[in-house]
Design a protein around this ligand. Structure first.
Ligand SMILES: O=C(O)c1cc(C(=O)O)c2c(n1)C(=O)C(=O)c1cc(C(=O)O)[nH]c1-2
Length: 544
């Protein structure tokens, strides 16, 4: 009698073929994290007729970041502060609602709004990671809690905002806490029971490989949070995950490379053992987290074919890395980037003049919010472009004294986000980058910051939402705007997704401004056009 019909369990087999599924089975659609759907019912020829078909107001005024996750006619989407909604995906009929009780939690060690980036599916369960460091399994058809596993105490440095990833029957999660000196880790739980299978720290202890890249004792408060969902490469059987900034922010307090902060790491999914790493920003002093999603894609560079990963790093460089061994293929600037000034033997070189100290204020680009923040890119196999939501900011930054106290910020720097002098008229843009060269193919400029995730489709389209409340459809090849939604009730920070029920293709996205930009955005956040963005979460679904 369920309006959405019998629930089709999500097997490892189905997750392995998520790229071809009519639904949207995981955060970035497939294990390669492409954000690309093979659906082409909505396409460049008919997108002008796309219309709203249903919507839902959540009642929350915080940042709404999750994509609709869809299996058959079931949709699951999280709300800020760990609410979870289940809908009939085609009609918007609410099937059930869950709300985590966070009334005893101070939410003290959450840097950037009480956000959540969505669920994972496996079997007949839906999985959510919570701000108080639990992982929950809920029954997909009833919303009843099947298991509840605590990983860490709340308010002492850790929180969880990411969407879990299920690989081979294990729920893989990472933690936030880079601004509080938390020591980051990735954990694997049994999807049926919640029992922890392994936990891998991202900061090696003395004696472990990489342990000598830290001064004595510093690893304990070294940061390296893992707050965004990684990828899985079945070809090399590796989890490929980004690691966040070191703690404290001020690097003179921790000389060395500080592995594996600001790196991408490959792990054995059975054991958590680290196979290789590539560090985007050694001895980072600018909060350039390396967490931005690694997208697995094949490319050809200077005549040679690679199994690669690409990532648009916070530090303003677009990296292509060989995903079989962690070697750099190329790096190209996708934003004004002066902190990492170049490369030597495949290793980033930072500019000493751009490094702050207690008596030294610097002006550098990009700002700590990054050339791109967490809003995911999409990679399109037809155009062979990556679509990158880009932020154009720089910053002033100066050292300050700091000592570690559990549950308090651990930064050692003061800072202000400012205009990028190379982009005096825009805080943001959407750009397409050619995967075989790392060079820009097209760009769409935005006076407001662009904080929407990207969705590419076989219909020749790229969808992304704007801060002034429109969902855009761009021509994937040229960047011309083929369609713009009616104005939505808030700015978009969410990640669009698409799915098909019967013969009809749907596109869904959250409006609901918030996240890190309005809190930490300095001059950008003070821009009256940004300050006047209305708040309030609202899910919109479109179809022909
Ligand atoms: O280092 C961390 O643990 C951590 C966590 C998070 C988060 O969990 O949302 C953000 C950041 N850092 C961060 O640096 C940042 O700019 C940011 C923006 C946002 C957001 O949701 O808009 N989260 C986070």
């Amino acid at each position: 009698e369920d309006p959405a019909g019998p629930y089709q369990p999500v097997t490892s087999e189905r997750l392995g073929h998520a790229a071809q599924d009519n639904g949207w089975l995981m955060y970035r659609h497939d294990y390669s994290s492409t954000g690309y759907s093979v659906l082409d019912g909505v396409n460049a020829g008919n997108v002008a007729q796309l219309k709203p078909v249903w919507d839902y107001e959540t009642g929350s005024k915080s940042g709404h970041e999750a994509p609709p996750i869809v299996n058959g006619d079931y949709m699951f989407i999280t709300t800020p502060k760990n609410g979870l909604l289940a809908f009939q995906a085609s009609t918007g009929k609410l099937l059930w609602k869950y709300q985590r009780d966070l009334s005893d939690v101070g939410l003290k060690t959450i840097c950037c709004d009480v956000v959540n980036r969505g669920v994972a599916l496996y079997g007949s369960n839906v999985y959510m990671a919570t701000l108080d460091n639990h992982v929950l399994a809920l029954d997909a058809t009833t919303g009843k809690v099947v298991w509840d596993q605590a990983l860490e105490a709340p308010d002492l440095g850790y929180a969880m905002t990411l969407a879990p990833l299920v690989v081979k029957g294990h729920v893989i999660v990472g933690v936030s806490g880079g601004e509080y000196g938390g020591r980051g880790f990735i954990a694997s739980l049994d999807a049926r029971t919640g029992k922890q299978i392994w936990r891998q720290s991202t900061i090696p202890a003395p004696g472990e490989p990489g342990g000598d890249t830290w001064p004595k004792g510093a690893y304990k408060t070294g940061g390296g949070a893992t707050w965004l969902t990684g990828s899985y490469d079945p070809q090399t059987d590796s989890l490929i995950w980004g690691v966040g900034n070191p703690g404290p922010w001020l690097a003179v307090l921790r000389p060395g490379d500080n592995l594996y902060t600001d790196s991408v790491i490959a792990l054995n999914p059975a054991t958590g053992k680290i196979k290789w790493h590539y560090q985007y920003t050694p001895n980072d002093t600018w909060d350039y987290d390396g967490t931005n999603e690694p997208v697995l894609t094949d490319l050809t560079y200077q005549g040679k074919a690679y199994k690669a990963l690409v990532s648009a790093s916070r530090n303003g460089w677009f990296y292509a890395v060989d995903r079989t061994n962690g070697q750099l293929i190329y790096a190209e600037k996708f934003a004004h980037a002066t902190s990492v000034s170049g490369f030597k033997d495949g290793r980033p070189v930072t500019d000493p003049a751009m490094r702050p100290d207690v008596d030294k204020e610097i002006f550098t680009c990009p700002s700590f919010l990054g050339g791109k923040n967490w809003w995911p890119i999409a990679v399109d196999p037809q155009t062979h472009f990556a679509y990158v939501p880009t932020l154009h900011t720089c910053m002033k930054m100066k050292g300050a004294s700091v000592s570690y106290k559990a549950g308090l910020p651990f930064l050692g720097e003061t800072f202000t986000v400012m205009r990028d002098p190379e982009h005096p008229d825009e805080w943001g843009s959407v750009q397409a980058i050619d995967l075989n060269s790392g060079k820009q193919a097209w760009s769409f400029k935005s006076a407001l910051p662009w904080n929407g995730g990207m969705l590419a489709t076989a219909g020749g389209l790229v969808f992304s939402g704007s801060a002034d409340g429109y969902l855009y459809a761009f021509d994937a090849k040229t960047g011309s705007v083929l369609w713009k939604s009616p104005k939505m009730s808030s700015g978009v920070l969410g990640v669009p997704s698409t799915w098909k029920v019967g013969d009809r293709q749907y596109v869904g996205v959250y409006a609901g401004w918030g996240g890190g930009v309005p809190i930490w955005g300095g001059d950008m956040a003070k821009d009256p056009r940004v300050r006047s963005i209305p708040l309030g979460g609202h899910l919109y679904v479109f179809a022909l």
